[in-house]
Write a protein of this length. Structure first.
Length: 320
């Protein structure tokens, strides 16, 4: 039994799953480590919005997905819009929240409002949601206090981050509604602008110039080979990207490396994976030591010494 555990420790330290193969070959497979579901869904929602709220990232997404990479929307032409709108339902005023919205401004005149909606899973009623967001902005423009202002279009992009499956839910109102053929000619359809990031062409992904490229590249590689090869691209918004990567991969080690990398002037994904792998090796060894303690092969003090930590710290792992 003891020999089996020793073999496991050896495997954790020297298997190809954890070993680096040079910067261009630094890889990371899909993690089996999953955090709290409720906590993670909240964190993912917040971190996606945080990264995309930066104007360089937001403009990059719009320019690549709508204008084929042409630099049409400039960073300094974007102004934050309130993500909240209200609607009256069943006699009550209710609030609805977009993920992110920005006005595209030109000489103090709004050319358009752009909205981004993030989805990690397909959602059946997404066309209703987007229709409600866009409609609320048009209603706001029609109010008396805005009567003299120039009217502008509202464009919402739904960004789907799944890579295990394609979007398999409705993309328009017609796909959702049960419409009698006699009245169908009089019913207006509404089609949402859906972009499946992992399924974009490689040529399209490589047009991204912001940190969003790293995310898109990760999703594309995971879809193609279920393996991620990091590159030497310098990350601009390190904290936000790592929190997002942590949420997308369900691997807390990305978020846990933030403090270790915060003092560096420049950080690449190669360096990030170095830190992630180091944490993976240590956690793997601790897991084996916990099993040895529970099986009575090692005492807590002996296991703590081998884990290079205090008994108190090791006991916390035992209790978790």
């Amino acid at each position: 039994m003891a020999f089996q555990y020793i073999f496991l420790i050896f495997k954790l330290y020297f298997s190809n799953d954890f070993r680096g193969r040079g910067c261009r070959g630094k890889t990371m497979r899909k993690s089996n480590k999953v955090g709290s579901k409720s906590k993670r869904s909240t964190v993912k929602d917040i971190t996606q919005k945080t990264l995309e709220r930066y104007n360089d990232v937001f403009a990059d997404i719009i320019n690549v997905l709508l204008f084929n990479g042409e630099n049409v929307v400039l960073e300094d032409s974007l102004i934050d819009a309130l993500p909240m709108s209200t609607l009256k339902m069943e006699g009550k005023i209710k609030s609805q929240y977009r993920d992110i919205a920005k006005y595209w401004n030109n000489s103090k005149i709004n050319v358009s409002m752009f909205g981004l909606e993030n989805q990690s899973k397909p959602e059946k009623f997404m066309p209703f949601r987007v229709f409600g967001y866009d409609g609320a902005e048009y209603v706001r423009q029609s109010k008396r206090e805005n009567k003299k202002d120039a009217k502008y279009p509202v464009i919402t992009l739904v960004l789907y981050f799944g890579y295990d499956e394609r979007w398999n839910q409705p993309k328009s109102l017609f796909e959702l509604l049960d419409i009698d053929e006699k009245i169908k000619p009089y019913v207006n359809d509404f089609k949402m602008n859906l972009f499946e990031i992992a399924y974009l062409e490689r040529e399209t992904i490589d047009k991204f110039r912001s940190d969003f490229w790293i995310l898109a590249d990760y999703l594309y590689q995971m879809r193609i080979s279920n393996d991620y090869v990091a590159c030497e691209t310098v990350i601009k918004h390190v904290d936000e990207l790592l929190m997002l990567m942590s949420a997308m991969t369900k691997d807390d080690r990305f978020e846990e490396t933030i403090n270790e990398l915060s003092r560096k002037e420049s950080v690449t994904m190669c360096e990030v994976l170095d830190k992630v792998e180091a944490r993976g090796r240590k956690e793997g060894v601790i897991s084996v030591l916990i099993s040895l303690v529970k099986d009575g092969i090692l005492s807590v003090s002996e296991a703590a010494i081998r884990a290079d930590m205090s008994e108190e710290s090791f006991k916390k792992y035992l209790e978790s």
